[in-house]
Write a protein that binds this ligand. Structure first.
Ligand SMILES: O=c1ccn([C@@H]2O[C@H](COP(=O)(O)O)[C@@H](O)[C@H]2O)c(=O)[nH]1
Length: 224
């Protein structure tokens, strides 16, 4: 089985990101490039990391009117990413148009409820109900829109997987036992997420901010 860990390269410096990616490449399955990276380094930065030879996950979390999201999706064809994110709360038409505009072979997955949010946050955004219900509702919408899968926390992935057998599930908010959670609120261990049906395990700071990132990546790999 290939390594399901995608390292989040949330670093402002391209040379530092490239150096980290080179160091850990034998112990992860791909690289996740998000807003911080893309805003700073654009397609050039994506190309530089892609040169290392592992799949690229562009975590842009697109969220706008359908026409704008489809145009943005066309603009990223040049990078041929393996995975791209949109926000499920952008609605069904937005997700349908995003999928239609995506490169062939790129998986489009929808963010349901950010792992940095808990139920109090949900209430404050005007949404009634718990995290489980919110994730299930948006996962169903994403499935109806023809997407490949969703982003959810490890606390919901088992339930989503049960309802969407052939879905593709991206799980961030992962922390090895005993490590700092930081701003993440709905957290599980990488092993728990994998056992519950995650397709991709997104891990950033537990590796990138470790004293020894290679050892941290190896330690996580050994638990899977
Ligand atoms: O719900 C979400 C969606 C995306 N992310 C992204 O994953 C990584 C997690 O980084 P850590 O350092 O392991 O916390 C980060 O790039 C987020 O933008 C998420 O955390 N939650």
């Amino acid at each position: 089985m290939s390594n399901p860990v995608y390292l989040a390269l949330d670093l402002p410096n391209l040379d530092a990101a490239k150096a980290l990616a080179e160091r850990v490449k034998s112990h992860v399955g791909g690289f996740k490039l998000g807003l911080e990276f893309f805003c700073a380094h654009g397609h050039h930065g994506v190309h530089e990391i892609a040169q290392i030879g592992l799949p690229i996950f562009l975590d842009l979390k697109l969220h706008d009117i359908p026409n704008t999201v489809a145009a943005a999706m066309h603009a990223i064809h040049v990078s041929e990413p393996a995975i791209v994110t949109v926000h499920a709360s952008g609605g069904r038409a937005m997700m349908e148009d995003a999928k239609a505009a995506a490169p062939n072979g790129t998986k489009i997955v929808a963010v349901t409820m950010l792992t940095s949010l808990d139920e109090r946050d949900l209430t404050r955004t005007g949404v009634d109900g718990n995290a489980h219900d919110q994730v299930m509702r948006l996962a169903e919408l994403a499935q109806d829109a023809g997407l490949d899968g969703v982003v959810c926390s490890g606390q919901e992935v088992r339930a989503v997987h049960k309802r969407w057998k052939d879905g593709f599930f991206v799980v961030p908010g992962l922390r090895p036992a005993g490590s700092a959670t930081g701003d993440q609120k709905r957290v599980v261990t990488p092993r728990q997420a994998r056992d519950d049906g995650a397709s991709v395990l997104v891990i950033g700071r537990p590796i990138s901010r470790a004293d020894d990132p290679v050892q941290a990546a190896r330690d996580i790999e050994a638990t899977l």
